[in-house]
Design a protein around this ligand. Sequence first.
Ligand SMILES: [Zn+2]
Length: 454
Amino acid sequence: MLAILWQLERTQWWDPERLGAYQLLQLSALLRHAARTAPAQARRLAGFRDLAPGALTAEAFAAIPPMGREAAQAAGEGLRSTAPPAAHGQVGFGSTSGSSGRPMALARSELDVLTGEALLQRANQWFGRDMAWTQAYVGPAGARGEGRRDAWSRALPLGAAHVVDVRRPADEVLARLDAIRPQLLAIWPSLLAELIRLRPVPPEGLREVATYGETVPPGLRALCRERWGVPLRDGYSAEEVGPIAHECPHGRWHVHAEHVLVEVLDAAGRPCAPGETGRVVLSGLHSHAMPMIRMETGDLATPAAPCPCGRGLPALARIDGRVRDLVELADGRRVLPTFDEAALSAAAPGLRRYQLVRLRPGAVEARVVVAAPLAPQERRALAAAFAAGIEPGGASGDSGGGASSGHAPGGASGVPPGGASGLPAGSLAGVTVEVREAAGLETAASGKRLATLG
Ligand SMILES: [Zn+2]
């Protein structure tokens, strides 16, 4: 582990060409291995069965058709290698939680998992986190359940880590955190927003929040800084490969290029230039137990120009939510709803939780849990704040049968022609948001708490 970490400290400064050459070398071996031992990929990768070591070209790799989520789910265990390299250690099996639709098979080797843990340590170092800090991890508790773990990672047994089940109601999560007194809190952004709204004072001793698992909504960083007085740092990961990218102190997300290849592709399948939004296609360089080669993630991202920090790791300016959460408008364009948490809190200080549900084309219901009944002006302001998050610049107010010209969100299909950004403000047709106060919200065990559209 320490040896891996030592290597990763050096390779982050490699120039992009050297990192790219290293990736091709790794992919070369992975492709040959996958073509020979992953039954569900044999046909797709047939041309690579006899690939000589290091013979892969960037052009040949880019010609491999990306595999969609549905195809990957349908392939099931056929995605796994029947002969994972012994040198990569034991293989752990599982499946993704699959918040919607069928879960996907998983298999990761010890080497793959350890590399992921080393990458988390590297990200900790980017922010100068003290390894003796106590960490609270609010997330799926897994088979081991809640409680204290010996350490953040197996190889560096310093600070303790405590697991809190994400399915607990927010007030219980807060009570747990008060007892644990973490310096570092790892949590989903939507749940963090709930906790901050529930109580403007952080758990005692908290120094930093690390978010993961969802797009950080606009305004949440400011809310976290203003009310809790601590910075928020974001990471991007997937169960199939572990850590993919982390924010650097310059506010860009650096891809962990020694571990994953992230391609951001436009609608025609070409790489996006800095500033263009496209879909994320992922390859896992240590994924020999279940070769991940050009897999569609369903996420959107925007590449950035090289980062001033000098790291050669590719930089992303934004990582936008999930393609399946896009709302299609009447004119065929799709938008990604992003709700300004600060604006929502300003509109209705008593707001605790919310969930959005499609009612009919052009109409969305915002189910809200509030501390006290909403005053009429709060209700209107809240509806406007939600509408602004669905339709930038074209917000319309609360209920009463307004224009219903938006198109309802469908399932997962395709990608917006020009990406989710760059929409001309104020030029879109109306979407009506109806605010309904609810006693509680349904939270699927494996689902996210926020913005469930469609
Ligand atoms: Zn940087």
